[in-house]
Design a protein around this ligand. Structure first.
Ligand code: DAK
Length: 260
């Protein structure tokens, strides 16, 4: 366990980062964002970590957005710096070499929805609520919401959510593809852990490179993406994991992977 003020980080094969401001419904202030950034650097550098789970503390909220009390009196320059800090931290999550799963255990509003969007996979509890309420506060989503939401659910659904500032519940989030799965609140931890364990059993380089290829491909024309995939595919044939994985299949044996 690494010590922070606003978050908890547990580094192990399946690492967990908990945003720990339950009285403020885990709203993100500058300190929380800074600590999340530091935690992501630690995860990135830790060889043992195969998957990162991000969740909020308490039963009510994943993250209820950026901290409105801290944000209220910012001038345009400070607001832009705050947005850049948030974007840099969320981009670190999106490009972290390991897969990141959001365990959305309640409100995921504004910056909270954007935090979930920066993760690779989202599982939600039945009581989760998603929304981008920023236009009702006189601002627009500032931590990637206008970009990542449209890429994930399509621009029509993203525009409806962002223009109306409406909240949607977990089943609707599932319908539009905002989350991968919805489970009862008491089952969320278990469901996310099982998913993480399944990912952690696969060849780590292959999982990491698949993440990179998918992410890069989203920003490229198909032809370029396919070229990127082919180069990356070839690189795996210089790894022990490829040799062990294929040999084990042919010999009808199980194998464990070493990230080599
Ligand atoms: N910020 C600060 N405090 C918050 C908060 C937030 N986002 N959300 C909740 N809290 C605090 C409440 O003020 C309250 O504190 P006390 O009054 O007890 O001191 C405590 O958490 C419990 O909240 P409630 O009493 O309101 O609890 P309820 O169950 O009645 O309602 C709620 C829960 C989630 C529906 C409600 O709290 C709510 O509507 N919260 C605000 C949700 C929201 O609007 N989130 C989006 C925030 S805006 C940008 C950078 C970033 C962003 C935009 C631009 N640039 C710089 C360009 C991102 C913006 C956002 O995320």
């Amino acid at each position: 366990m690494t010590d922070f003020n606003q978050i908890t980080l547990n580094l192990s094969e399946i690492a967990e980062l908990v945003i720990n401001r339950p009285k403020q419904l885990n709203a993100l202030n500058s300190e929380t964002l800074g600590e999340i950034g530091q935690a992501i650097d630690l995860v990135q550098a830790d060889e043992q970590v195969r998957v990162l789970i991000i969740t909020g503390s308490g039963e009510k909220s994943f993250v209820a957005g950026a901290d409105i009390k801290e944000m209220k009196d910012k001038d345009p320059m400070e607001a832009s710096e705050f947005s850049q800090l948030g974007n840099a931290v969320f981009q670190k999550i999106a490009t972290l070499r390991q897969p990141v799963i959001a365990a959305v255990n309640g409100f995921a509003l504004g910056g909270g929805c954007e935090l979930a969007l920066a993760c690779d996979i989202r599982y939600a509890s039945e009581n989760a609520v998603f929304g981008q309420p920023e236009v009702g506060l006189g601002i627009i989503p500032g931590f990637g919401g206008t970009q990542r939401l449209a890429r994930l659910v399509g621009h029509g659904q993203a525009k409806e959510l962002i223009f109306t500032g409406s909240n949607i519940k977990a089943p609707e989030a599932l319908d539009i593809g905002l989350v991968n799965k919805v489970v009862a609140p008491e089952e969320l931890k278990d469901a996310v852990t099982k998913l993480a364990e399944r990912i952690a059993k696969q060849a780590p380089f292959a999982v990491e490179n698949a993440k990179t290829a998918i992410n890069h491909g989203l920003d490229m024309p198909l032809e370029q993406g396919l070229h990127f995939e082919a180069i990356s595919f070839g690189n795996h044939f210089a790894t022990e994991d490829q040799k062990n994985g294929m040999t084990a299949f042919i010999n009808k044996e199980k194998t464990t992977f070493s990230r080599q």
